[in-house]
Design a protein around this ligand. Sequence first.
Ligand SMILES: C[S@@+](CC[C@H](N)C(=O)[O-])C[C@H]1O[C@@H](n2cnc3c(N)ncnc32)[C@H](O)[C@@H]1O
Length: 398
Amino acid sequence: MSSDAARDLEAWIPRLISVWRAHRASRSKGGPRHQQQHRGRPQFEENEPTTRLTPQEVKEVGAGIKRLSHGLTRERELAGAKYMDDPALLGAYLLFYWPVSYAQSRSLLSELPARPRSLLDLGSGPGPLAFAGIDAGASETIAADRSKPALDLARQLAIEASEALGTREWSPERALPEGRFDVITMGHVLNELFNGDIEKRAALVEKVLERVKPGGSLVVMEPALRDTSRALLQVRDVLVAKGYAVRAPCLFRGACPALIKPSDWCHAERQWRMPQLTETLARTAGLHKESLKMSYLVLAPKGETWAEPPTGRVLRIVSEPLEGKGRQRLMGCGPEGRIGLALQDKHRNDGNAKFFYLQRGEVIRIGGVVDEKGDGAGLNDQSTVEIIARAGQAVPKP
Ligand SMILES: C[S@@+](CC[C@H](N)C(=O)[O-])C[C@H]1O[C@@H](n2cnc3c(N)ncnc32)[C@H](O)[C@@H]1O
């Protein structure tokens, strides 16, 4: 995540806390805060810190995060349920998952070929992707969700930040908001729709793509769990088979090779400057958010072609370093498909040393001599490794 995005996220923390406190006060017993809630900036006790939570608040939010985390990532009994309408869970979402989704989204928006001016955020919840779009330069932004309380919080946040945000009630069986957009985002929502039906999800994505302006993008982001990631790849394959082009992260134009083995999947991992609030709440709830992990797809509207890959043998790193005695191993995926890459320590030299520091998501060019092996490439002391895009950067044109 860029330093600009990290700074923007820090500015959101007091707004999230302020809106959360107003929301919490309004549901406990009404009173002055409740009455002020819709009229502007809420008033607080003087001793309440504005950039952090009190120990009692941390405890309360931590309990909500544990329930949410269990329901959305472990047992998944909340996926598809109306958890945003439960005030405690919505509050936990706002204070913990909102900054994570915001940071993930900023990191994906930086990969787009152009800055969005108009943006529609579907399944917005309280709007982390919508506000990430605004901070990335969008001037006309709509957040759409089926949860009225979540949209209400998004509106409160817009007031706190003095930003313009439109909100619409939306669910897949209703019409999409009017108009066409430079960017449409769908953050962590597709996996909650249609009870796992891939064809129905793909049909929705196709319908949404009709609302993307030429040259624009649909950004779909999902949790980096094996099942949700594989389901996203299956949706990708339906669309790719129909001729849609993927702008990122795929360089391979065929059916996704990560789906061949049921144990494989593909996800991104990005570094970020974790806000103090997130660190405190993660520790309380026993979760880890040191890096941002998500699965994503950036799709082009109908009729647009895949970008030409850069010249040479180009691959995106799609794994973390894999164990190997006396050698570094990684998985790469490029125009040729998904292959294993390996380099022995003894062959390390100035031309290939970068291989030992590669990170998931980076795009590299391999040159020189490489030993071709059935499903992989063995680099040696005559191979060269060049990084042509860092994780989160657009791949340069040839
Ligand atoms: C995990 S939250 C994601 C919120 C936000 N986009 C983010 O990435 O942090 C999923 C959102 O999808 C919404 N959602 C779930 N099923 C929906 C449906 N059938 N129609 C509209 N929205 C739905 C929920 O209300 C919730 O706000």
